[in-house]
Design a protein around this ligand. Structure first.
Ligand code: ATP
Length: 588
């Protein structure tokens, strides 16, 4: 299993994270302003009730003339009206804040997905699947929880605090001063604990991502098979358990730190009223009505304070998630192609093209270098070479999947370095079939294809009989990554999909490698016949019996070492192609 440091070193919060969080709300500033007004109204209405209580005590109940029933009835009516208004305003503010929060989180998710789609393929080769899943689904969910409660909570906390403190100062400035004397201590503890919480949160998010990666990789069909074949089930379970325990420990520590803040706050809330009573006793001249109103207002003061503490701990806990999401949003995507080449017959060329995979050092040889080739329109070209010689890399360059890191790749006279759907298509050795029906998978290349089109393509790639024999025919499910089909069947379905794309250039990168040699020969011949008049490039190791190609390109160690007609290259007894054909066919 993976190695991990026993504990991730404390990292200070990334500078600018909070500024970026605030910026997320900028497009909704109008709604946020309305929210502020609603919350202010809500807080003012809430603060009015204790002031009514003061009138009840000092005038309506215990006034000089005894109980004043009409005044009591009036106050009861007013209190009922205020309660209704508070309910309505509360509903409005909940709707608005939920809307803003959901929009912000939806925007983050959509932007992150879009950014990832534009990342170079090398990013997906290096990044773990679980990591992407964890950031896109897990981190955004944590942000959603934080943002949903935070926006209204922080605003109502602040406004509620100001309104309640203002009302308390109006009643008695001295008692208000005493009530707030311990507040700085609580804020200090909150700020210290907040920093610890952010670190714990970042560590927690990383551990969650590690768990997701283990699940995605080791609980896949391939991962489970590998563990069973090599008898490593217990080690796999132990690796997962260790990460899970680590997450559990982090969860406990975060819970304790968060509770520390809340507990200090609690002591403050319990202690302060008694300090106020003592102060009232010492100063004298405070009416019972003022003291009752003051006591009610104190509760109203603590609630927002409590809310602010609670939110600050929650937000600090979400800091790690924000940083990981922003980390993906800062990734450098592939540049968009400057111009789309004008339509043409499909003549390809490489001009001194080379490619170096990201992460390979300057001292390593590039995967491909100095490749200059002309592949005329409507020609058929075979690309051969030893394992690791750069065939797939060349295929990817010709299909626009990688832009060359030196030189250029050209179609019909125009340089390109990005996929050209509809003009160039590639079928690979390990094709991707998604969960859905066989027909869905085929129509991915040609959404408007009729059933006859599907059947025709599948007949060419010799897979129609197999699909037709399934209980639901073309509507049968393909399974996870096409797992309900054999490797050779998957390849033939993917080849049919590539034919349906009807591109002027088709690159076959070992796309028939899982077929038996006889079927492979028939399928390749049928594809070439179907594509007569269009350009086809085939990369393969099993070329010994393939004799219908115009041209052969032989690669060795990232360079083109032979390029010519098949018969010419066969004539060069010491040439790479001739030697490889002899090795395959057993010819002397
Ligand atoms: N994503 C990658 N990152 C780094 N190096 C890579 C990556 N993919 C391939 N390479 C390296 O680039 C070189 C050429 O690889 P490529 O897959 O093009 O060879 P190939 O001729 O198609 O091999 P094979 O016949 O085994 O499929 C190899 O040395 C390989 O290790």
């Amino acid at each position: 299993m993976r190695d991990r440091p026993a504990s991730v070193p404390e990292t200070p919060p990334a500078p600018g994270t909070w500024r970026r969080v605030v910026r997320l709300f900028m497009p909704y500033r109008g709604a946020v302003c309305v929210l502020v007004v609603l919350i202010a109204v809500y807080s003012a209405l809430n603060a009015a009730v204790p002031l009514l209580t003061r009138v009840v005590f000092d005038r309506a109940l215990f006034g000089p003339g005894g109980p004043d029933l009409p005044l009591l009835a009036l106050i009861a009516g007013l209190a009922a009206a205020i309660a209704c208004a508070v309910g309505a305003v509360d509903l409005g503010q909940t709707w608005l804040s939920a809307r803003v929060a959901q929009r912000v989180v939806h925007g983050l998710r959509a932007e992150m997905f879009g950014r990832l789609q534009r990342m170079p393929l090398a990013f997906f080769a290096a990044e773990r699947g679980g990591e992407i899943q964890s950031r896109l689904a897990g981190d955004t969910t944590q942000i959603e929880y934080a943002v949903k409660d935070t926006l209204p909570g922080a605003l109502s906390g602040l406004i509620g605090f100001v309104v309640a403190a203002g009302a308390m100062v109006t009643l008695s400035p001295v008692l208000a001063g005493v009530a707030l004397i311990l507040a700085p201590l609580v804020l200090l503890v909150a700020s210290r604990s907040g920093r610890a919480l952010s670190t714990l949160s970042a560590d927690g998010q990383r551990t969650r991502a590690e768990l997701s990666s283990i699940i995605a990789e080791r609980l896949s069909l391939g991962g489970v098979t590998m563990a069973r074949v090599h008898g490593r089930r217990q080690e796999e379970a132990a690796g997962f358990t260790a990460e899970s325990e680590r997450l559990a420990r982090l969860g406990v520590r975060s819970g304790v730190v968060a509770q520390l803040v809340l507990s200090v706050g609690h002591v403050f809330f319990v202690l302060t009223p008694y300090l106020v009573f003592v102060a009232a006793g010492l100063t004298g001249g405070i009416t019972p009505g003022t003291l009752v109103a003051f006591t009610v207002l104190q509760a109203r003061l603590y609630q927002p304070l409590w809310q602010i503490l609670h939110i600050s701990t929650e937000f600090r806990s979400a800091q790690g998630a924000f940083e990981r999401v922003f980390g993906y949003l800062d990734l450098q995507p592939e540049p968009e192609p400057r111009q789309s080449p004008a339509p043409g017959p499909g003549a390809l060329a490489a001009r001194g093209a080379g490619f170096r995979y990201p992460g390979t050092g300057e001292e390593d040889r590039p995967a491909l270098y100095g490749v200059s080739l002309d592949i005329p329109a409507a020609s058929t070209t075979l690309v051969v070479g030893p394992s690791g010689s750069g065939k797939t890399t060349l295929g990817h360059l010709l299909a626009g999947l990688h832009p060359p890191t030196e030189g250029a790749v050209v179609i019909d006279g125009t340089e390109f370095g990005a996929p050209l759907p509809g003009r160039i298509c590639i079928a690979t050795q390990d094709p991707f079939l998604f969960q859905g029906s066989v027909a869905d998978n085929l129509r991915y290349a040609a959404p408007g294809a009729t059933m006859d089109d599907l059947v025709r393509a599948c007949r060419i790639t010799r897979i129609h009989e197999r699909i037709a024999a399934l209980p639901d025919g073309y509507d049968s499910p393909a399974g996870e990554r096409g797992a309900l089909f054999s490797g050779g069947e998957r390849q033939r379905i993917a080849l049919a999909r590539a034919l349906l794309a009807d591109a002027s250039v088709l690159v076959l990168d070992e796309a028939t490698s899982a077929l038996d040699p006889l079927t492979e020969l028939k399928v390749v011949e049928a594809i070439l016949a179907e594509r007569a008049g269009r350009t086809t490039v085939m990369i393969t190791h099993r070329f010994g019996v393939l004799d219908s190609f115009d041209t052969v390109v032989a690669l060795e160690e990232g360079r083109v070492v032979e390029h010519g007609s098949r018969l010419d290259l066969l004539g060069d007894r010491h040439g790479l192609y001739a030697r490889m054909v002899r090795a395959q066919t057993g010819a002397a």
